[in-house]
Design a protein around this ligand. Structure first.
Ligand code: SF4
Length: 280
């Protein structure tokens, strides 16, 4: 028998210490070992249907927002389908064996993909209807709708956080709201993401941001606005500095828990992964 073919890397990306992101921070604090495997050792990551679902919904929503909410529902469905097809193909190229995908529940990956595709169309329909009647409307900055709004946030101590905010909204009284669209089934446990966005918008624009919210696609509506007053510049700077230090001095202990069920690098988990790497 020949050697098994090497498994290609899911999202090849060089370790990047030049800046941090909210997702790096969350990944590191969820499980430092998983962070190391995915972002430093760059082991192959297992695909999951929910990544395809999330990417395709976000891309369709972004294009609809960029159309200033003028594009038809049919156009949104077409954008969604194009993105879904591309994302699915990428995932299937990386890992054709559905048995190696991360998957929850009794259904098969094939059936989950079919169900998610239909559910995503309903979620897009709800997003458009709810957004059109929302008193909060997209903020326009420099002539552009602030969708997938790119930011660079230099923190105290030298850590720079970069990212994209799904949408900035403006209320009837001129108040600004940061919004993140979630396509997962669970409400995010933390509001840290919104808090970092608040600081990023305030620093870049001089506008004040008091509240943020998650738009939960599964509910077809945004959750209640969350007050973000607890996220001040010095506190967030300290948290990212701690995370940054941990990465730099290679503090990567495993943190087994409920989240292991959706871990994309569990094959290589130092606790009990069948392909775990040799101990350092
Ligand atoms: S399986 Fe759990 S403990 Fe292991 S790397 Fe993944 S998240 Fe961490």
């Amino acid at each position: 028998m020949g050697q098994p073919a090497p498994v290609p890397v899911h999202h090849p990306a060089a370790p990047d210490d030049a800046h941090r992101s909210v997702s790096q921070y969350q990944s590191y604090t969820d499980c430092p070992a998983a962070y190391f495997l995915a972002r430093r050792a760059r082991v192959p990551q297992a695909p999951a249907a929910w990544f395809i679902h999330g990417s395709a919904v976000h891309e369709a929503v972004e294009k609809w927002e960029r159309s200033r909410r003028n594009a038809s529902l049919e156009a949104v469905y077409d954008w969604f389908d194009e993105s879904w097809t591309r994302e699915y193909q990428n995932a299937a190229d990386i890992e054709p064996d559905f048995g190696r995908w991360v998957h929850l529940g009794r259904s098969t990956v094939e059936r989950d993909l079919e169900a998610r595709y239909q559910r995503a169309l309903d979620q897009l329909t709800d997003y458009i209807h709810v957004s059109l009647s929302d008193p909060y409307q997209p903020l326009v900055l420099d002539g552009q709708v602030a969708v997938e709004w790119e930011f660079t946030l230099p923190l105290r101590g030298g850590v720079v956080v970069k990212g994209f905010i799904d949408l900035l909204l403006e209320g009837p009284a001129g108040d600004i709201l940061v919004q993140d669209l979630k396509t997962g089934s669970r409400k995010p446990a933390s509001t840290l993401q919104l808090g970092v966005y608040k600081l990023a918008v305030e620093q870049a624009t001089g506008l004040s941001v008091e509240y943020g919210r998650y738009f939960m696609a599964k509910d077809g509506q945004p959750g209640p606005p969350v007050h973000l007053g607890g996220y001040d510049f010095d506190r967030v700077s300290d948290w990212f500095a701690m995370m940054n230090r941990g990465v730099r001095i290679k503090v990567f202990p495993p943190r087994p828990g409920e989240h292991c069920r959706i871990c994309t690098v569990s094959r290589f988990c130092p606790v009990n992964g069948p392909d775990r790497l040799p101990a350092a």
